[in-house]
Design a protein around this ligand. Structure first.
Ligand SMILES: [Zn+2]
Length: 73
């Protein structure tokens, strides 16, 4: 004898087998807490940044570069 217990909402559903409990869990998640999904997010590339952010990134890089030059030079 098995039971599916939802720790989010406290629902308890009896099941005869572990597989049945898993199926109950999937259905319960879809019905009451879903839908959810797992998606692959493409890495952010420099060229995809908004213009202001590109400028800010270049400025920060230049400031760092100048700082390093001043320290080591
Ligand atoms: Zn639940």
């Amino acid at each position: 004898m098995y039971e599916y217990r939802c720790k989010l909402c406290g629902t308890v559903e009896p099941a005869d087998t572990r597989a049945q409990a898993r199926a109950l869990r999937d259905a319960h998640r879809d019905d009451f807490h879903g839908p959810d999904e797992i998606v692959e997010v493409p890495r952010m590339r420099f060229v995809d940044l908004p213009r202001e952010q590109k400028i800010a990134t270049v400025v920060v890089a230049l400031v760092l570069l100048v700082g390093i030059l001043v320290k080591t030079g």
